[in-house]
Design a protein around this ligand. Sequence first.
Ligand SMILES: [Zn+2]
Length: 322
Amino acid sequence: MKITKHRQKILDALERWFRIHQQGPTLNELCQELGMRPRQKATVQKWLQTMRDIDVQWEDHSARSLRLLRPELETPSLHISLTDTLRYLATGVVQWEKLELQKRSQIPEALRIGMSRMYLASLLRGEQAPENLPQFFDWAETSLTSWKPAQDIKYLSPEISVIEDGVVSDFAREWQVSGNDVVAQVQESVLRDVLEYCRGNQLNDAYRAFRLLIITKPTLHYSEYRQQLRLPEFQPLRELLTTLEIYVDMDKFAEDKAYHLCPRCKYVQRQRPDGTYTCCNPWCERLCATSNLQPLPAIPKEKAIDGNLVMNHVTSFIKKFL
Ligand SMILES: [Zn+2]
C-alpha cells in the first residue's frame, strides 16, 4: 500500500496518541487529533477502513479498540522512556563501580530499575536483553547500539559502550544522575533537559509557560493538554515534551480502582495505612489542613481512562516549588 498523505497523517496522529495513552482513541478523538471537525468523522472512518489489517486494527462494536499494527508500535501502552532507562543504567553502573569488591553482588537500586526497564523494553519489541548481572556486564562492554532500542537515539556513535576498558565510560558518566533519590533525580534531569533546550534556543517564554503548566495543572484532560501544546509559546517545545513524556496517562500512576487528588495541588494522593488519603507533599498536606480544604470526590479508574486524564510525572519538581 502506498503512503498517501492522509494515511501518514493518521499514523502520525495515532503514534502521538499512544505515546500518552494506553487505550485507543474514539473516532471523535481521532478527528480532534487530526485537527478535523467531528462532522468529518465519516471521512476519517473511510480512511481507516482502507488501512485496516495493514496499519491498524480494531474490534467492531468495541470502544477504544483501535490499535496500530506496525510491529515497533504494537504495544504502545507500555512505551518506556529510553532516556530515563539510560539514566538509570548509567547511574547504576557508576554506583556499582564505587562498591567494595565483596559487595558487588548486590545490585544498586538504579541499576536494578535500569535493567528491568531495559529488559521490559526489549521484551515488548520481541528482542533480547541481558537478564542478569553477568549478562548485563557482557553487554555493557559492547556497543550500546547492540541493544536495539538504543538505535533510536539520534547521533549515537556505534563505538560507544557503557563500560570501556574495564571502567565506566565517559558517556555513562555524563548520563548518570547524582544524589540519593535516584527516581527524583531522573525526574529532575528531565526538567533540566527542557531548561537546557530552552536556554540553547532562546525560548524563555516557552520555559516560563512550561513551568507554569506543570505547577498549575499537574492533572488535566488530554484535550486540554493538546490545546496547551497548540499555544504559540509551546509550539517550539511540542516535540520535546512528547518525547520526554512529561504528561502520561494517569493510569500509569496508581494501581487503585479510584484516584484521589489532593484538593490543593491536584496530584494523586497516597493512601495512609488507615485507608485515608494524604498529599505526597507533607507541606502541602499541612496547608490543606490549615485552610480546611475538603477532599475532592474520587475519580473511578474507568472514568479517568475514558475522560483521558493525563498527569505529569515530575513530582520532585512540584514538591520544591509548591
Ligand atoms: Zn497537595
